[in-house]
Design a protein around this ligand. Sequence first.
Ligand code: ATP
Ligand code: MG
Length: 619
Amino acid sequence: MMVRAIEVTSATELSSAQIKKIEKVFLSKHKGENVEFVYKIDKELIGGILVVDGDKYYDGTVRSQIDKINTDFKMSEVYVQAATVPKRRKSKPSADSASVKKTPAAAPEQLNAENIKAQTEKELSDIVSRYNKSFDVRHAGSVEFCGDGVIMCNGLSAAEYGEMLQIENGAQAIVLSLSDGNVGAIVLDDEDSVSAHMLVKTTGMIVSVPVGDKLLGRVVNPLGKPVDGLGEFTSDKYRPIEALAPAIKDRDKVNTPMLTGLLAVDSMIPIGKGQRELIIGDRQTGKTSIAVDTILNQKGKGVICIYVAIGQKSSTVSSIVNTLTERGAMEYTVIVSATARDSAPLQYIAPYAGCAIAEEFMYAGKDVLIVYDDLSKHAVAYRAMSLLLKRPPGREAYPGDIFYLHSRLLERAAKLSPELGGGSITALPIVETLAGDISAYIPTNIISITDGQIYLESELFNAGIRPAINVGLSVSRVGGSAQTKAMRKVSGKLRLDLSQYRELAVFAQFGADLDDATARLLEQGKRTTEIIKQDVHSPMSVEQQIILLYVTTKQLLKDIPVARIAEFKDKFIKFFDIDYADVVKELRECGEITMDMGIRIEDAVNEFALYFLKDEAHE
Ligand code: ATP
Ligand code: MG
């Protein structure tokens, strides 16, 4: 018969009465087993006792309570604070786990000198009988294997998925795989100093990040530590990086527009607050630019923006920070940065950390825009970790739960109901495709999770049509209801016109004889294409967009040469904003183009076109 060894360590020698009490408790826990007690004395414990029963630690020592104060202190220093893990996984229905409740560590007021003294003086047997209330019961194990930011531990039989582990050297790890007798975890910081045989303890908590206004204007790593060289900050609020998405009854309909400032997007692929719109395309097609322009366009609109960089080059991140700083957008923006140089575990937690920061603002009733740039690299980081954890590879070598990886993240974007403050998180995930293949594993997954996608194409980008949006393959499934009447009216036919034009343009390439109607359509199409071109970092107000589209769809630009449309557009918008400010104001207030306004816009175009074309004659 197997002998179960139970090790009891105390600071001073235990009396026989105390020993009797301890043995009684543990013998009753292991009825019918062959139990052997080993007693040790360790003065370092100061007071109290430590019982090690298999992989379970019943730690009632004064030493551990002092350590706890120290760790809490250290943890608040590195901005990783813990929150209790919600009970998700039922632990094995053994007598052990049923009778031992995880209790939060002793509250700080319990730990003053008086209490320590009282505790050392107290009857140890008393503590044993109350062990399930005051003992810090942890599960411990040791590192069997470590490398590439991943550790495998034995013991830890009650560790939970996503739980934070504390390693002997002070490093933290997150449990990601649970198998028989083995727990796989990823090390978050200081991975080089972890070595085999180190002691690992469960904490009953999950990783949290600092949240709140103090983060605005800052660049932080996924643990909430500043990396912008602007000094440390202290935050008194923390949120766990994993959280449940708002329930259906807590949500409201998407009914307010989230304006990107890009004419092509706001008119044809409108995004609403609380929506999740994917930006997808090959490398170097302007994906990041669309997201950054959207952030720039939120200036003065009361929207908080969060840009999460995952696996990007440090230089890309710093150029984004520069752009945002130059244009005064950093004051309402937080950047969470896990660059390609950071470890896979940090890249993996980055979007969840960003989302936790966003949730704090959302639950405070604010509107938040969050950009995940990009989720393909996030999936790759997760795949690397999963393979190292020896989880079975599936399609494209991604692990089986790759869908859950992104769905649980994107479900957290929401428009909250008025009872919950009416805040929102609008998510703009970015996915990079290879050779335009949107049917690859990760793109199809994310397309099916989001409420639409903006599809960017290299051919269009290289042909100078920028933003390079493929109108045919881009959709927004919910944002349309948030558009104003005027915008809906002018953008109604735009999409159809454009796709008709692109079809005709293919035929026209063959040099076939074209009838008048077709030629007119082509001319009109060319002008429309020119109108929706837009340079980076030059967002347009929604009124400017409506006026331009009105002018275009009413075919008022047919006298302007195609090559000069871009120039005309810029100058006309400036002219209109100043000379027809009352029309702009009226449009903003009523959200509709009345007959009278229509006539005035036409007058304005004709007046300006005359001046514009004469100008050319002079040149
Ligand atoms: P990557 O795959 O490297 O992440 P990306 O798809 O995010 O690239 P961006 O970095 O946004 O692409 O843009 C690539 C280049 O194209 C940049 O130099 C940017 O300035 C330029 N660009 C993007 N959009 C436009 C635009 N509308 N007009 C002109 N240039 C643009
Ligand atoms: Mg990019």
